[in-house]
Write a protein that binds this ligand. Sequence first.
Ligand code: PRX
Length: 640
Amino acid sequence: MSNYHIKHLEEYFQIHRKSVRDPEGFWEEVAEEHFIWRKRWDKVLSWDFEKPEVKWFEGAKLNITENCIDRHLRIRGEKTAILFEPNDPKEEAEHISYQQLYERVNQFANVLKDQGIKKGDRVCIYLPMIPELAISTLACARIGAIHSVVFAGFSATALSTRINDSDCKMVIASDGSYRGSKTIDLKGIVDEALEECPGVETVLVAKRIHSDIEMKEDRDKWLQPLLDKADTECEPEIMDAEDPLFILYTSGSTGMPKGMVHTTAGYMVYTAYTFKNVFQYRENDVYWCTADIGWITGHSYIVYGPLANGATTVMFEGVPNYPDWGRFWEIVDKHKVTQFYTAPTAIRALAKENLECVEKHDLSSLKVLGSVGEPINEEAWHWYNDNIGKKKCPIVDTWWQTETGGIMISPIPYLTPTKPTYATFPLPGIQLSLMDEKGEEITENQVDGRLCIKFPWPSMARTIWGNHKRYKETYFSTYKNQYFTGDGALRDEVGYYRITGRVDDVIIVSGHNLGTAPIEDAINEHQAVAESAIVGFPHDIKGNALYGYVILKESGESRNHDNLRKEINQIITEHIGPIAKLDKIQFTSGLPKTRSGKIMRRILRKIACNETDNLGDTSTLLNPEVVQEIMDNVLKNLKI
Ligand code: PRX
């Protein structure tokens, strides 16, 4: 029995038990079997959740790109590594073989070196879903530079905050991007962001939309001519197991985004292992994850996990509704996709459209369907199962986080019986716990609690860039000796887990994590706004949408409310991006507060969700008249 590829349910139980009994032996075996190491580790694991400090495969030396690329050249040199499907279906798809990927990554790595990038430097990547995005992340890894990919839907302010937080020396961008029928001026956003970023020395610009853009002398350089001149060989930088591989920002409940730091060896081992098992990946499969590489799903399950397994991974530049709502299924049909991984918000949007969009296409190549990013509701689950999987493809509802680096809870397709809305069992090596309000672990089943993880796993984020204290406070201080996920979960009678949602001030909108504080900070910048509070409420397609309660300063009271709503959403778009826009805005004279001055979001949430029959305990409420006012306004059906 190999630990690496689980083939029977009984084997899953055995392997999971073994991974709990002897986690180090378990991961050591996985690491030994499947990777190239320049030097073996001295110690598999050392850990302390108090500090917190976690190290996997200490003493080992490696380069992740040797494992994702070089290792495959001999037997898979001609095999497609990245299959790029452009925004416009009339443009031809590009098949990048492992050999070509090797050459392109090396050329890019040589360009980075020529531009003065060294091991440990931070490079910000702000690119659309074009091959250069995957290639530049790998090029950074090749030379030991730390990549920080920022999703290219973020605004200039969000971009500059992230560039400055990790002191990036370079930005890799493109002239613009295609998004369905629209084009976006990405370079313009970069230029605006860089007005606030004195540390950036170089901007490498890929040509995608061939727009007429300004190039700042000495700072901005066209990428292609540099690549054309670069050598196709670049010796990989030999990295320590615990050297940082990348930083990826995620929203928190307070203002600044958290730059989660992932390190090299553990991340590689875990993403490779989980990719293989969760998608039951076999040679010659064509795997497609629709996420953007700007999110963790793209890092782990478009780039590193699939490539570490020598897989063919599809990269799609476009959107699900361009040129029409059949695009996803057209791509599945065209490339004979075998594993398809997307988010519930996309499934819900697709399910609203005419079934003809699906039925025109042959989906018989599909073997496994995946879901990630938010709870999948029962209706969406059944639609996906009936119409896409034709009841023959298991759905893997995968629960994980930017912080966990890889999938933590998921069925193993064809082995674990699926149950709608349940992510089912923890993967091997993962030791979950449910905690009650008193901080005690709940041992029985059929209860809900707060989801924690009590033992380290190889791909966990090691710190928050530049702020280890916040890392400790956020994840390791709520419960002693536990990593706290911030999610609530229910465990059923057989031990299956169902994620019930966030228990903090993070709201997941269309699969994107949004902290309430940064949005409130943005709104409060409006000169007519005195204070604001954001909560989530259920939305048919987005899962959750945002509801803002806004108190105006005297100067704003006489203003036209419709205009103010537009301006508030405009400010949010500028500070964060259009994904954080509010669906509803209610102006109010006050916010419900406790006697100690804390906003009682629970009450605001109930009102937004139309659950005003039972507001719960209001004994600590300082100003009940405000609650009455807010509810009266809703009842009066004021336009909000
Ligand atoms: O609340 C959980 C939800 O998404 C959060 C993590 O978001 P992010 O770091 O952006 O990573 C998303 C992609 C891995 C979690 O704390 N979440 C993620 N997957 C699921 C989920 N909620 C329910 N079911 C899931 N399968």
